[in-house]
Design a protein around this ligand. Structure first.
Ligand SMILES: NC(=O)c1ccc[n+]([C@@H]2O[C@H](COP(=O)([O-])OP(=O)(O)OC[C@H]3O[C@@H](n4cnc5c(N)ncnc54)[C@H](OP(=O)(O)O)[C@@H]3O)[C@@H](O)[C@H]2O)c1
Length: 255
């Protein structure tokens, strides 16, 4: 089934305050096929770019508070989305963490801190799963619906030849397993569901900034380019893609 001419009711972007999530939101709001876009972020007051986008798209963009580490906030955002009375045809889980002011990716075993592993897992792995738990009842059961989790190539167990980045790699591997599980369970009651893990390439955002030095210029994508690639992949997904892991160019990645 190709989506080029289809009309959609509602798309949800989780983790939309900045980075690739913000750009997904921009692209979906600009796409007249979507009646409604819901963008979630943990602090709507501070999400100025999203607020500006809503000002120029009256009615079509809703901004909701959602912190993936707080299940109550996920539940509340799902309830507010349900109030829109539009089935959800697409949900993109974009929020993720590699580093912040306190933590950074581990280079070696001696760097391991249990609290870092827990924080990274809570955001990168458990978060998207809880979003699926509370938003999947809103999915459009009559039609093709895509649940896309932003993963990372470094989460591939098969592809791990370099080591390091313990928390990030393992959290994305766990997220990948959750995506695969969802592809099995949700398919039982919704024949049109397609759950995928997506790798955006190396993208010029806060997340990758400290690690861009050795990335050749042509391999460092702008957020516009990355979101554009992944929307093309999402648009082309077919039923048999359910439960698979794809890169930005549509090539499959081994789990
Ligand atoms: N950039 C890359 O090169 C790259 C490569 C491979 C995979 N990815 C994946 O792509 C996704 C998007 O990455 P990005 O580069 O756009 O990252 P980014 O620019 O650092 O943005 C991260 C986003 O995650 C949100 N977030 C963090 N903690 C959250 C929480 N507890 N609850 C809700 N939202 C939270 C942030 O919200 P706040 O504004 O509130 O902090 C922000 O919107 C991630 O899953 C990442 O792992 C990125």
């Amino acid at each position: 089934m190709n989506d080029e001419n289809r009309q959609f009711d509602c798309a949800v972007v989780q983790g939309a305050s900045r980075g690739i999530g913000l750009e997904f939101t921009r692209a979906l709001v600009a796409d007249p096929r979507y009646r409604q876009v819901v963008a979630t972020c943990r602090d709507p007051q501070r999400a100025l770019a999203l607020t500006r986008l809503r000002e120029s798209n009256h009615g079509r963009l809703a901004i909701l508070e959602l912190d993936v580490t707080q299940e109550e906030s996920i539940k509340a955002a799902a309830a507010a989305t349900a109030d829109l009375e539009l089935p959800v045809n697409l949900i993109i889980n974009s929020a993720g963490i590699l580093h912040d002011h306190r933590i950074g990716p581990e280079k070696r075993l001696a760097d391991i801190e249990p609290t870092t592993i827990q924080q990274v897992f809570a955001i990168n792995a458990v978060g998207p799963l809880l979003v699926a738990k509370h938003f999947s009842p809103l999915f459009d059961r009559r039609a093709r619906t895509v649940l896309a989790n932003l993963s990372a190539r470094v989460g591939s167990i098969e592809g791990n030849a370099l080591g390091g980045w313990y928390s990030y790699r393992a959290s994305k591997a766990a997220q990948n397993m959750f995506t695969r599980n969802l592809s099995v369970e949700l398919k039982r009651r919704h024949s049109g569901i397609i759950c995928v893990a997506l790798h955006p390439g190396t993208v010029d955002t806060e997340l990758s900034r400290p690690f861009q030095r050795n990335v050749p210029e042509h391999k460092l994508f702008s957020v516009e380019r990355a979101a554009g690639h992944l929307i093309e992949v999402i648009n082309g997904l077919q039923a048999h893609d359910n439960g698979r892991f794809y890169a930005w160019n549509g090539s499959e990645i081994a789990w």
